[in-house]
Design a protein around this ligand. Structure first.
Ligand SMILES: Cc1cc2nc3c(=O)[nH]c(=O)nc-3n(C[C@H](O)[C@H](O)[C@H](O)COP(=O)(O)OP(=O)(O)OC[C@H]3O[C@@H](n4cnc5c(N)ncnc54)[C@H](O)[C@@H]3O)c2cc1C
Length: 292
């Protein structure tokens, strides 16, 4: 399958990239790793006249811990995030989510910024980023704004990014050292396939057996955007969590989900799996927290 004709623009500074986006407004798209946009172009789902590559702009591929927060640059590759020792130690759920995306070859090119800008309902990094209360830094000629990742998704393929803006950085606050987090992805072919259901869960036990001071549950692939299930979280907080309590919370998550039927699964099956996987993700996150 041949790519449609396009011009590849390679700015070496962010302000040059802003100029190109302005000059070719409506006809240009940003290019990060290209693992998604190039495939879409081949299938004629998108036919931009210009691709503005971020790859020659220096210092956009950093992964660093600043004042306890994790900062991920727009060009940081998924493999580098998934293998990073500090991310694995202090934000293990995010490293795990990064490793759950595609093949090693695609993760060597693909970025986490591209994963969320793509705004696929099944984007595997989104549930964990939301559960971690992460933010994105959006920059443009006019300046910079910071937005919670939870508010970034507007619908399938739609984000809060405005024309001329570039997602420059993902910021992830420090995880409570007592917390455990787990991203559970269910797909037919593991990381090589898109999620049928994804559940990110972060649990913070409060020391009293069976009690949690904080629980965060975010679903992927079962609504037009990733969905935090606050009612299910409340059902699990500050009480002894037994089978009945967990069953109730998992049912709330199932009822809140609004999946569609597609080539991967029926909506009905997805809903049932939300319940099963919410329980599993909670139990796994709790056992990781207890092991600390
Ligand atoms: C075979 C295959 C398997 C895959 N498996 C998975 C999977 O298991 N899970 C999953 O979640 N995804 C999967 N994907 C989708 C894709 O690989 C990921 O979403 C990847 O992280 C996209 O990153 P990228 O850097 O390649 O983005 P690109 O393709 O370069 O860009 C994606 C979109 O984001 C925009 N964009 C990129 N960077 C920025 C930025 N900094 N600011 C503003 N806009 C930006 C681009 O304009 C484009 O619209 C798969 C894709 C393929 C082809």
């Amino acid at each position: 399958m041949r790519l449609p004709k396009f011009e590849h623009l390679q700015p070496t500074r962010l302000d040059e990239a802003f100029d190109l986006l302005e000059r070719h407004k409506g006809e240009a798209k940003l290019l990060a790793g290209g693992t998604d946009i190039i495939v879409r172009m081949k299938h004629r789902m998108m036919t931009p006249k210009y691709l503005v590559s971020l790859s020659r702009i220096p210092d956009l591929d950093y992964i660093r811990s600043d004042d306890g927060a994790l900062k991920i640059g727009a060009m940081a590759r998924l493999n580098d995030i998934g293998d990073h020792p500090v991310v694995n130690k202090d934000w293990a759920i995010l490293a795990q989510a990064a490793r759950s995306i595609g093949s090693v070859q695609s993760r060597n090119r693909a970025t986490m910024a591209g994963n969320i800008c793509n705004a696929s309902p099944s984007a595997d990094s989104a549930p964990s980023l939301i559960a971690l209360n992460s933010q994105v830094v959006l920059v443009s000629k006019g300046g910079e704004r910071i937005l919670p990742v939870e508010e970034f998704f507007k619908g399938p393929g739609e984000t809060a990014i405005k024309a001329g803006e570039i997602l420059k950085e993902i910021q992830v606050p420090k995880m409570n050292p007592k917390s455990g987090g787990y991203y559970l992805k269910y797909s037919m072919r593991g990381a090589m396939d898109l999620a049928i259901v994804g559940v990110a869960c972060i649990v913070t036990p409060n020391g009293k057996a069976g009690y949690c001071e904080d629980v965060r549950i975010v679903l992927g692939a079962v609504c037009p955007t990733p969905l935090r299930i606050r009612e299910a979280e409340e059902a699990l907080k500050n009480k002894a969590v037994d089978e009945a309590v967990l069953e109730k919370a998992a049912r709330i998550a199932m009822d809140e989900s609004c999946p569609i039927s597609d080539v991967r699964s029926s909506a009905e099956y997805r809903k049932k799996m939300v319940k099963v996987m919410t329980r599993r993700a909670f139990n796994k996150a709790l056992s990781l927290a207890k092991a600390k």
